[in-house]
Design a protein around this ligand. Structure first.
Ligand code: ZN
Length: 574
């Protein structure tokens, strides 16, 4: 039999097999057990967190001939057929490849026919946000008048791209990132079952690199196992994840802390030459900085340090960095990441970054958050050229320093591991736009008024995260909160419990329902511009979407100026 990927072999077959989504699986089980299932579901969340698995289990459970407490039996003919992907009444559509209106029209025509073998006809539409506008309209028609015995399960990693009219007709579930601990336990369970020996540190590295996705974790584990003789060791895990060895990261960070650009570049070249991806390396620098910041802060925060990253050697150099310097480094690295994702010149950006953050002069300047020009134009040209000259000078120095080290740009281009989970994916523009459409200065003043009280309701750790955040726009029922650092924005945005707590507390203080919406400060001016541009566009074309009906008029440029102040004037020039 051909080799089957671990994540396929170990795909959960019942709700209780699903890891890390207990609230969702329990709710679905109850719905099945009490015959109270909805005709349409929306499963959203990061990749590899169990959306498709849960959709398949739900499709099976509603059709199973001997369900038990809402779980499918996995033994009856329906379950067996579903598990072998040959149950005609469960139809899986990948919207990423079938984004045409035709396919959805096809559903509309066929949906009228009763299921042939099973009780319910179940349509599972994966990556539903990829559907075209026309296809969404066709889908909406079907959802508005759902035929009996039909169920739709829509899955997406980007719910913000789905029209509100669709969302309102579904029962919606948010899948969370799976905790590192849960991923670790699952991998240990599988390896124990397969009687494969493993190094725990290797598993830690894989779990960390999977970023909350079980499927990613198992794919990486698969690759790492294919390296070694049925044994998982640290070296294989590092190879596969592109994880840096401890020595590499320590030597790089030491050179930075000693303000020695030439040595830092040597270390960078060694890292790139060993095939590490530039993007992965920047992620590692940010993780190290985050941990150093926590370590330097106080004893309460330092408990949250990630011990798989922080080694004794790194803690030894912690004293050489103050937090202002670390925040500066994080800013610079985040700005570089944006450029890395849009460029083939990854080595050059890494060189520039390395020189910037290792230079004593630069390090002592005041911290500047990455500006929007970083997004649009990349590094400023003049600065780029200046730093390039400096680098070629330093490269000569490097040559003198170490004769043994290969200085040429590595020929083997590291593969770039693209991650869906970036700041953009986390941005909830729909919610931000909703606040902007009704924003007033008075509401913003009111939000700023209650802010200190809101902060005093938080725990020490929560307050530390919110220290770099402030309200930047507000409407009667929403506040946009901007974060100085993308890192903290992502932390809070991912923590749905904390977000809810923030909104609840705000509502209590405001004595009305009030939603907190987050944005990284670096992206804020751009989003405001986009919003205003869109609305000016719309009002010019007299083509206002119906979902904006709550608003009587669109803000004109004048109104926008009134709301946001003079810094928006350049909108007119765009
Ligand atoms: Zn069954």
């Amino acid at each position: 039999m051909a080799y089957q990927a671990l994540y396929r072999v170990w795909r959960p077959q019942t709700f209780s097999d699903v890891i890390g989504q207990e609230v969702i699986t329990q709710t679905l089980r109850n719905a099945v057990a009490s015959n109270m299932t909805s005709h349409a579901y929306l499963f959203s969340g990061p990749r590899g967190t169990g959306k498709t698995s849960c959709a398949k289990i739900l499709a099976k459970a509603v059709n199973c001939l001997n369900p038990h407490d809402g779980e499918p039996c996995n033994e009856c003919e329906i379950c067996v057929a579903a598990n072998e992907n040959r149950l005609n009444d469960v139809i899986e559509i990948d919207a990423a490849s079938n984004n045409g209106v035709e396919e959805i029209r096809d559903i509309r025509d066929k949906v009228k026919y009763a299921p042939t073998e099973a009780k319910f006809k179940v349509y599972i539409i994966d990556e539903v946000h990829m559907l075209s506008q026309g296809a969404f309209n066709a889908l909406l028609k079907t959802l508005e008048e759902p035929p009996a015995n039909v169920m739709f399960i829509l899955a997406t990693t980007e719910p913000q791209k789905i029209p509100a009219t669709i969302i309102s007709r579904t029962q919606s579930f948010n899948f969370r990132r799976i905790s590192r601990q849960d991923i670790l336990k699952r991998m240990q369970f599988i390896l124990d079952d397969k009687k494969i020996k493993y190094d725990n540190e290797a598993l830690e590295i894989i779990a960390a690199s999977a970023e909350g996705g079980m499927r990613d974790a198992l794919s990486i584990l698969d690759q790492a196992l294919s390296y070694g003789d049925d044994e998982l060791n640290l070296k294989n895990a590092q190879e596969v994840t592109g994880a840096l060895s401890n020595e590499q990261i320590v030597s790089y960070m030491t050179a930075i802390s000693d303000n020695k650009p030439a040595e830092a570049l040597t270390s960078l070249y060694q890292i790139l030459a060993s095939g590490r991806s530039a993007l992965r390396f920047t992620e590692m620098i940010i993780r190290v900085c985050r941990n150093l910041i926590l370590y330097n802060s106080n004893s309460d925060l330092s408990k949250q340090m990630d011990n798989s990253v922080m080694t004794k050697e790194l803690l030894d150099i912690a004293d050489n960095f103050d937090n202002a310097r670390l925040f500066y480094i994080v800013d610079q690295v985040s700005a570089t990441q944006k450029n890395l994702k849009n460029s083939n010149q990854t080595d050059i950006y890494m060189e520039i970054l390395t020189v910037k953050i290792s230079e004593p002069k630069v390090a002592q300047q005041t911290i500047v958050a990455p500006t929007e020009s970083d997004n649009d134009k990349g590094v400023d040209n003049v600065e780029f050229d200046k730093l390039r000259d400096e680098i070629s000078h330093l490269q000569n120095e490097v040559k003198d320093l170490s004769t043994g080290v290969r200085i040429a740009t590595p020929t083997a281009k590291p593969k770039s591991h693209r991650r869906a989970a970036n700041t953009n994916a986390r941005l909830n523009k729909t919610a931000i736009y909703k606040v902007l459409s009704n924003a007033t200065k008075d509401d913003l003043a009111a939000a700023r008024d209650i802010w200190p009280d809101l902060m005093s309701m938080l725990s020490i750790t929560q307050r530390a995260m919110m220290k770099v955040a402030e309200p930047v726009a507000a409407s009667i029922d929403g506040i946009v909160v901007a974060f100085d650092y993308a890192m903290w924005f992502e932390q809070v945005q991912d923590d749905t419990d904390f977000l809810k707590e923030l909104s609840d507390n705000t509502s209590r203080l405001m004595k009305k329902d009030c939603q907190i919406v987050l944005v990284p400060k670096a992206d804020w001016p751009k989003i405001r511009k986009e919003y205003i541009n869109n609305n000016i566009d719309l009002s010019n074309k007299d083509n206002v979407e119906s979902k904006k009906e709550t608003k009587k008029t669109n803000p004109t440029v004048d109104e926008a100026l009134k709301l946001f102040g003079d810094d928006i004037v350049d909108v007119k020039d765009d």
